[in-house]
Design a protein. Structure first.
Lengths: 112, 272
């Protein structure tokens, strides 16, 4: 539901960077969206076109790189990539793990 | 266009209402400001060739920066803040009413979040606690900016307790740091024990889970142990308290948790 406000923030960040770097035309915006970020890439894509209309990013494409979840087991320190939040460690069966990657929600770069 | 759901209803800013000034129609209508962040960019030559400019900025940076400002404000004033999140209808407001009444010796402030109406704030106002209502309009969560703004009116005393009742929503509030010390997820026994698996983000990002409406346990198929197991799968550090805001059962434990939490934050150097 809030993907629209997130896309708006991405647009704001990109436009601010364009102003600082004296750029008039942006071809693409690269973002990283972690699997556990709480944001749905499809909803972002849906929101993108409506949000960039009439802005400097009118013709820019949104490139989403999805970051899978990487966790480290608290029990045996094995690193693995659960498909779901609550998968047990394949090595020792422990459910408790530290999240190392997968919560990202980041504007990585813009391309002119 | 509404920036939260994309609908075309023009201005969809949020509103802050003070129930104490109800009859004066003291409504402050605000817009979500888009402060342009000045990122740390690598400045390439200004030409028309294709360039890739690195930005590496968190999308929620604006909210997170404001949340940290809120956090600094709370630390400076020794205020302990709770962010209460849940589905609509879990009993948050009733829980707050009983909590305020039980905390007789403590100065308590409340910020209420709902899409519309000041119904919740009016109920809190009746307990005597200073309260402000934030109406998010079409918005689905409170954000740090709204709290930042509300604090300027609420002006809480030093060494007080701030309880924030977020918009009823198990999805979006998970993402938005408000600057709180503790996030408490509230679930009622009428909701189903599999909620943590279906809504992992909010459970993963909370410190405490209150299992409310225990007075209804004899009438519903809610397996408390199963619920706790599911919740611990997504957040092994999550603590639990079973209670009934209606009957007061289990409230002693909740009061103790608040007290202990306050003491721990003070010992950590936050507050006096």
């Amino acid at each position: 539901m809030h993907e629209f406000s997130i896309v708006q923030s991405i647009v704001d960040i990109a436009i601010a960077s364009a102003a600082v770097n004296h750029i008039e035309h942006i071809r693409a915006v690269e973002v990283e969206v972690g699997m556990a970020s709480g944001v749905v890439p499809e909803a972002m894509e849906f929101a993108w076109e409506a949000t960039v209309k009439g802005t400097l990013l009118n013709e820019a494409s949104l490139r989403i790189k999805q970051i899978p979840l990487t966790v480290r087991c608290f029990g045996c320190h094995h690193q693995y990539h659960p498909e779901e939040f609550y998968e047990e460690c394949p090595q020792c069966g422990e459910v408790n793990a530290e999240i190392l990657a997968g919560k990202e929600l980041k504007v990585v770069a813009i391309e002119t | 266009m509404c920036e939260n759901c994309g609908c075309n209803d023009g201005d969809a800013g949020y509103t802050i209402i003070n129930p104490a000034n109800h009859h004066n129609h003291d409504h402050e209508h605000l817009h979500n400001d888009h402060n342009h962040s000045h990122g740390h960019d690598h400045n390439h030559e200004r030409n028309h060739n294709h360039q890739r400019i690195s930005i590496e900025t968190d999308v929620l940076q604006q909210n997170n920066l404001l949340a940290q400002r809120n956090r600094g404000y709370f630390e400076a004033k020794g205020i302990i803040t709770f962010n209460l999140v849940s589905s609509p209808g879990s009993g948050k407001t009733t829980l707050l009413e009983r909590t305020i009444i039980s905390l007789r010796d403590q100065k308590v402030y409340v910020i209420e979040g709902d899409q519309q109406t000041s119904l919740d704030a009016d109920r809190i106002h009746a307990t005597g606690a200073p309260v402000l209502q934030v109406n998010t309009g079409n918005g689905c969560h409170l954000d740090a900016g709204m709290i930042n703004k509300a604090l300027k009116t609420l002006n809480p005393d030093n060494d007080s307790l701030l309880l924030i009742e977020n918009v009823g929503n198990l999805v979006c509030p998970a993402l938005f740091d408000l600057g709180e010390n503790f996030r408490v997820v509230i679930i009622s026994v009428t909701e189903g024990e599999d909620k943590p698996l279906k809504y992992p983000n909010i459970f993963q990002r909370s410190h405490l889970c209150l299992i409310n409406k225990t007075d209804l346990l004899p009438y519903v198929d809610f397996d408390v142990e199963k619920f706790r197991t599911y919740a611990r799968k997504v957040n092994p550090m999550l603590q639990f308290i079973e209670l009934s805001a209606k009957t007061g059962e289990g409230f002693g434990e909740w009061m103790e948790w608040i007290e202990e939490g306050t003491r721990d934050q003070e010992q950590a150097g936050i507050g006096n």
